[in-house]
Design a binder for this molecule. Structure first.
Ligand SMILES: Nc1nc2c(ncn2[C@@H]2O[C@H](COP(=O)(O)OP(=O)(O)OP(=O)(O)O)[C@@H](O)[C@H]2O)c(=O)[nH]1
Ligand SMILES: [Mg+2]
Length: 709
């Protein structure tokens, strides 16, 4: 591998709807650059990019893959990403380190939903974007329609620089608006023959050429003047103008391609080399405090970890972008999040799964290393004295939640370790062990994502699992005020036990006035760790119970609150006023008062019209207008209440409140109701009483559970 300076390294990421041809295009790019001598295909499981066993099983990309090609004097790092929405986390991390996004469209299908979803993310990053109109060799190819749709969805900055001369099964020629030439390919694609544009296409080509020049000139006043003077621009001016417009996210050039037949990829590579910025030409990356870090190889070393691959027995592989300076084999860099010193034992440039050892990597380049001990995705490694943390990748929030169930008892400990590794590798997997529900819960992007996690757990860690519904963290409370007395007395041989407690148990609400008809002597307010409150009043007069026993009574009440009488769930929002009782000079003790407090509370609770509460979530759904009716209809079957509607860009926004127990599988339902166009987020809102029939069902189920135990 040659040494490349920062301004001769270009980082591109291939994105777009699943099946648009990204992996096939990456293969063409590598082949055209001479990095491989044979083009593999996705169907034959022999592409450089889709090298993982799971990708072979599915014939789809599941992980982002780093590759590179050397084109003239430039190193082009290519990151191929999966198009399926469930794996969008891979797109986020790849975009973080790429300077240019290449959105691949399938012109036989038009603009598909996966591309729209990715666009929303890509657009807010304001990075340079190119479009590749792929599949032009298909019978149903419709380049014009796809470009019209792209302009409608992605804006007028989408600008044609190439179009197919003969799209469809006969396709072999591209008309290039920049060079004003026609490229004619042989049967095997590759290097085309340059010809003059046929007479019947000249007018269209001239019109598009002028449109392009005008758009370029609009972004640079100097060029605008030249353009008005001469009515055209010279090639060097065009290049300069293109670079500026592309870098400023003001022009999204469209290329046309048949990746299947390798027609068009060479010209794309040439364009990336000629007109796309390197990291050194982009605005500087920022630290999390907003400080600029210029991409300059002469400054101190700073590198950012954007991806980690963790496989048992192989250890972790960390992917780095060098943001500043150079990193060399043998360097000791500091993880600025932990101050832990990491030795860079080896550095690799990657070609899919193949690694090539290098000794030095400069600012603007991407590489991989192994054996970092305590460094993960989103960490910064820097030369000693550089206390900087590069701004982090903010991964999308999870959309589905399932609990994991082991098929073999005894795997409990192993699954914790496996999931921990998987979550470290994939930050869009969030694992938690829920003590209350006694379940290990995994939050993910969707069912396909979970299927991939299950595959890893089974194949790489040898644990058989199933995804099951998460339990619902119900709560219990009461609805009316009840007085209750309890006497605890035990006489068995030696010292006896005696305690009597009188209390009023009431539903508690914020701002409630102090209890009447009793003498308030003390008030304690306890926030329960599962939410809600217990407010405890000392209203004892005449020393009926010694104050030193009050903490024991409180303890008894609190213990009962961990195990509500209806379903065994936690109790919340109650007020207890202890106003009378009795004690015995010898037999009364803490234990006796705790028991009496617990029993008085339990009895009162049962009579106080107890209610089961369920968690309610605020759900925000975005759907194209056409699907509104169906989505709202479905929400109603889920006991959802629509709180508002609004429009947001191309979407209609629905705000609703839905019980958590009704949200299971919602991601899949929404996907099928909206053909993948809908999306939603959810956030805990409050606890609310369940309807009567559901309360009866839950009580019945709890009784059965107790009987079985
Ligand atoms: N006819 C035709 N088929 C193509 C073209 N490009 C890709 N394909 C085929 O389309 C299918 C999907 O191609 P991939 O390269 O796997 O698509 P992808 O965008 O990587 O898909 P994901 O990894 O799922 O996101 C494969 O069968 C390819 O052979 C093309 O230009 N023309
Ligand atoms: Mg792919």
């Amino acid at each position: 591998m040659k040494n490349y300076s920062s301004d001769h390294i270009k980082n591109v990421v291939l994105v777009g709807h699943s099946g648009s041809g990204k992996t096939t295009l990456a293969e063409c790019m590598l082949f055209e650059a001479g990095a491989i001598n044979r083009r593999g295909t996705v169907a034959d499981n022999n592409t450089v990019s889709d090298h993982h066993e799971l990708e072979h099983e599915r014939t789809n990309s599941i992980f982002s893959t780093l590759m590179h090609a050397e084109w003239k004097d430039t190193k082009i790092n290519i990151i191929d990403t999966p198009g399926m929405d469930d794996f969008i986390g891979e797109v986020y991390s790849a975009f973080k380190v790429a300077d240019t996004g290449i959105m691949v469209l399938n012109v036989a299908h038009g603009v598909e939903v996966g591309s729209e979803i990715i666009w929303e993310y890509a657009d807010h990053l304001k990075k340079p974007m190119l479009f590749v109109a792929n599949h032009v060799d298909e019978d149903k190819a419709d380049f014009e329609n796809t470009i019209d749709q792209a302009k409608e969805r992605f804006g007028r900055k989408v600008t044609v620089v190439q179009y197919p001369y003969n799209q469809g099964l006969e396709f072999n020629s591209i008309i290039d608006i920049l060079t004003m030439k026609m490229y004619v390919f042989g049967n095997d694609g590759g290097k085309p023959e340059k010809k003059d544009i046929p007479a019947e296409e000249i007018e269209k080509a001239n019109r598009l050429h002028n449109d392009l020049i005008e758009t370029i000139a609009e972004n640079d006043e100097g060029l605008m003047e030249k353009f008005f003077d001469k009515g055209t621009l010279e090639e060097s001016d065009m290049q300069k103008g293109l670079l500026i417009s592309i870098r400023n996210h003001e022009l999204f050039p469209v290329f046309c391609m048949s990746a299947k037949h390798n027609m068009g990829s060479g010209r794309l590579m040439g364009f990336i080399d000629y007109c796309c910025p390197s990291s050194a030409h982009m605005n500087p990356e920022k630290t999390s405090d907003g400080v600029d870090i210029p991409c300059n190889a002469n400054n101190p070393a700073i590198a950012f970890v954007f991806k980690t691959v963790s496989e048992p027995h192989l250890g972790d592989m960390s992917y780095l972008k060098v943001c500043s300076g150079k990193i060399k084999t043998g360097d000791d860099l500091i993880n600025t999040a932990t101050n832990f010193s990491e030795r860079i034992s080896q550095l690799f440039v990657m070609q899919g799964k193949k690694r090539e050892i290098v000794t030095e990597v400069v600012a603007g380049d991407i590489c991989a290393t192994v054996k970092l001990k305590k460094t993960h995705t989103n960490n910064t490694l820097a030369a000693k004295g550089q206390q900087v943390e590069m701004s982090k990748i903010i991964f999308p929030e999870s959309k589905v939640q399932y609990a994991v169930e082991m098929l073999n008892k005894g795997d409990e400990e192993k699954i914790g370790i496996a999931l921990h590794h998987i979550a470290e590798e994939d930050p869009t997997i969030i694992m938690e062990h829920n003590q209350e529900l006694k379940q290990t819960i995994v939050n993910a992007q969707g069912e396909l994502h979970l299927a991939a996690v299950k595959w890893k757990i089974e194949h790489l860690y040898g644990i058989k699992i199933e995804w099951v519904k998460t339990k619902i963290p119900y709560r219990e409370t009461i609805q009316k005020s009840v007085k209750s007395d309890y006497r605890h007395r035990k006489q068995s041989g030696g010292a006896g036990q005696f305690a009597e407690v009188h209390m009023i148990v009431e539903p508690y609400y914020e701002g409630m006035p102090d209890p009447k008809d009793v003498t308030v002597r003390g008030r304690e307010e306890h926030e329960m760790k599962w939410g809600g409150k217990l407010v405890f009043y000392n209203c004892i007069v005449g020393g009926a119970i010694d104050v030193r026993f009050l903490p024991s009574i409180l303890k008894g009440v609190m213990e009962k609150m961990t195990n509500g009488p209806l379903t065994g769930s936690y109790v919340r929002d109650v007020r207890v006023s202890v106003y009378d009782g009795k004690m015995h000079p010898v037999d009364s003790n803490d234990m006796a008062f705790k028991l009496a407090g617990m029993m008085a509370f339990r009895n009162a609770f049962k009579d106080a019209d107890p209610k089961i509460l369920e968690p309610i979530y605020d759900v925000e759904i975005l759907v194209p207008g056409d699907y509104m009716g169906e989505v709202i209809g479905d929400l109603q079957t889920r006991r959802g209440i629509v709180m508002g509607m609004d429009s947001e860009g191309h979407y209609q926004k629905i705000l609703a409140r839905v019980p958590l127990s009704e949200l299971h599988g919602y991601s899949s339902t929404l996907r099928s109701l909206t053909q993948g166009r809908g999306k939603f987020t959810r956030k805990f809102a409050e606890y609310a009483p369940v309807p009567f029939e559901i309360q009866q069902q839950l009580i019945g189920a709890h009784k059965e559970e107790l009987a079985e135990a």
